[in-house]
Design a protein around this ligand. Structure first.
Ligand code: FAD
Length: 606
């Protein structure tokens, strides 16, 4: 049977040794309140809640799923109670501003909390996760009235939120959104249309649900320039937040899905529902990007969680299950056979999962620190600094989202492989990880769309500005550590990969000037290449920190050695994957583009 143990030792290593979160909080002016004692206490409490309450409900959610009855949705047994406990313990408001009832703690603490929740029970975590995205959108783009009415009950957890973008005819291409918003009395609009695949669109956990909806005003420009953003509550409310009337927004059905069964995925019907404009007319997509970026970074957690949970499930099985003898000589002569864990190929699978889980966590925590700095700049009204951090985070977001979910899915599959045939059997729990993880590369922008965002928008249209800034950080790290004997085996390949990344970018940019299809044909390989290089940088940082701990004898020896060995594994056996991505991404688009459309159809129809 699977189990989940929160990775508190790794969290401590990253926040204290690799990144020094205390110094980071000091620099944000939070040093007085956010001390080590507080962060330790919060993470330990969160770990207990995730291990003891959420993780056992993960299986229940998979087996029971959500139930739909007369436009109502009922979540699996125990899920509502867990949500109530979560709200009572104040977890919703951990990183929310104090003026709206939150605890005003840094976003990065919320990210660490979300990682534990998302690993223990991703589907359950989607309910508070979507609320968080809705709260962030209102906080940044809502007017004072909207903030004071809607944020406090959401921070308390009495109300939840959703993100309503997708329609039957469009998911990626939101320029095709058809939902209508017709001006009505005063500041209100009548919202009419159908949204599909809406996570947490309807459920039984909260007394009200606040939908954040993309819709189009009459005579608005075509495409993305004519989309506005609206707040549509399930129940309309007074300014003081008392529920008034059932609004015209209903769940018509829920989807039957491959995984994440406990998360309700709803077809939502807006029937002249009362809605209120958020931000400016026709600026909806801009405002919605706040939500989408929160959600994208959130989804990268699903990838890390899949790697972590699959690893935690694989290790005890590989240690207990006996199969044949080690090629290099018997390891357990007293037993009928050696355990799986002696075999190099099984170790390859375990170390790949470990490298992706821990490497991904380091990437995530780095991004979380950037988010803290961005919020601080926003609070101080320093727009230039806010934009600088926003750009830096914007560059990393598609890498985090797509690379960490692709590697998360790979880790989940490897988990199943470690179990052999038993991995395919429900009882062991490994196949649930695979089914649940599969969605992560699809929603919040598919891997293909994230790759276009990275290469097309962030790197090429951005004239490589953020790319060069990230490279400057890597260069600094390389020059600081290149003469350390222990670090040489990592620094040399890191430097080579970094320059290759830059060279490939320039060559793609050059080729794309002549043939625009070059961008689309190179993009997914480019994204994966970027992900492997970025992760290599963070593995080098972790190895360096682990050497420091080992040398000073303050750290735990076995923990540090395992970090150093995993870094060596990553550099020797994972990073070389960039070579094939390099070759593929620089190939001309011809072999993709010359086959006429009708020939595809011929092949498909036999
Ligand atoms: C379980 C689940 C939960 C969801 N939750 C929400 C939610 O809460 N709110 C919400 O609004 N939506 C939600 N979605 C919708 C989800 O975000 C979309 O399904 C996703 O963005 C992809 O859109 P699509 O399904 O229309 O695929 P399409 O856009 O039709 O894409 C199909 C394929 O074509 C590729 N493609 C499309 N355009 C291009 C292009 N220009 N260049 C290259 N390739 C391209 C894509 O990468 C993909 O591989 C959810 C979906 C699911 C399944």
């Amino acid at each position: 049977m699977l189990r989940y143990k929160a990775p508190l030792a790794d969290i401590k290593f990253l926040t204290e040794t690799v990144f020094d979160f205390q110094e980071h909080y000091q620099s944000l002016g939070l040093g007085e309140t956010v001390n080590k004692e507080l962060t330790d206490t919060i993470f330990e409490h969160c770990a207990k809640f995730c291990e003891n309450v959420l993780f056992p409900l993960n299986r229940v959610g998979d087996e029971e799923g959500c139930r739909f009855e007369e436009r109502q949705v009922f979540t699996p047994s125990g899920w509502k109670q867990a949500y109530e406990q979560y709200a009572q313990d104040g977890w919703h408001g951990l990183s929310a501003p104090e003026e709206f009832g939150g605890q005003g703690l840094p976003l990065s603490m919320g990210v660490i909390k979300s990682e534990m929740i998302g690993t223990a029970n991703w589907s359950w975590g989607m309910y508070p996760g979507l609320s968080l995205g809705a709260m962030n959108t209102l906080f940044l783009h809502g007017d004072d009235q909207q903030k004071s009415t809607y944020l406090p009950p959401m921070v308390e957890g009495r109300w939840s939120g959703t993100m309503c973008l997708t329609e039957p005819q469009c998911g990626t291409d939101l320029g095709q959104v058809k939902t209508k918003a017709v001006p009505s009395d005063g500041n209100t609009y009548k919202i009419t249309g159908t949204k599909i695949f809406i996570s947490s669109g309807e459920h039984d956990m909260t007394e009200n649900i606040i939908h954040i909806v993309l819709a189009r005003l009459p005579n608005s420009p075509k495409g993305t320039k004519g989309i506005s953003l609206f707040l549509v509550p399930k129940f309309t409310v007074t300014e003081q937040g008392e529920l008034v009337d059932r609004n015209g927004v209903y769940c018509d059905s829920i989807e039957k899905k491959m995984g994440i069964h406990g998360s309700s995925t709803c077809v939502m019907s807006f029937e002249e529902a009362e809605g209120y404009l958020i931000g400016e007319v026709n600026q909806g997509l801009h405002c919605m990007f706040t939500f989408m970026n929160t959600a994208r970074i959130g989804t990268s957690i699903q990838g890390i969680g899949a790697s972590e949970l699959a690893y935690q499930g694989s290790v005890p099985y590989a240690a207990d299950r006996m199969s044949m003898r080690s090629l290099s000589g018997t390891k357990h002569p007293e037993k009928a056979a050696d355990s799986l864990i002696v075999h190099p190929d099984v170790r390859r699978m375990l170390l790949t999962q470990k490298a992706f889980a821990e490497g991904g966590r380091a990437m995530l925590y780095h991004a979380a620190m950037l988010a803290d700095k961005m919020m601080k700049a926003h609070e101080e009204g320093n727009q230039a600094l806010y934009e600088q951090y926003d750009d830096e985070l914007g560059f990393l977001t598609p890498v985090l989202k797509a690379f960490l979910t692709e590697t998360g899915y790979e880790s989940a599959n490897l988990g199943m492989q470690v179990y052999g045939g038993h991995g395919f059997i429900k009882e062991w729990g490994m196949e649930q990880i695979v089914r649940d993880a599969r969605i992560s590369t699809l929603y919040e922008g598919t891997t293909g769309v994230q790759a276009l965002d990275l290469l097309g928008r962030k790197v090429l249209l951005g004239k490589m500005k953020t790319f060069n800034e990230f490279m400057a950080q890597m260069k600094e790290f390389i020059s600081q550590h290149k003469n350390k004997k222990q670090m040489k085996p990592l620094i040399k390949p890191l430097k080579k990969a970094m320059w290759k990344w830059r060279w490939a970018t320039l060559r793609i940019a050059f080729k794309a000037n002549k043939d625009r299809d070059m961008v689309g044909s190179a993009s997914v390989d480019y994204l994966m290449f970027s992900g492997y290089v970025v992760m290599a940088y963070f593995w080098a940082k972790m190895a360096n920190a682990a050497y420091g701990e080992l040398n000073s004898c303050t750290g735990q020896k076995a923990f540090c050695e395992s970090k150093i060995q995993t870094a060596a594994f990553y550099f020797e056996r994972i990073l070389p994957r960039i070579e094939s991505h390099y070759k593929t991404m620089l190939a001309k688009p011809d072999s993709l583009m010359t086959l006429p459309e009708e020939h595809f159809l011929l092949a498909a129809h036999g």
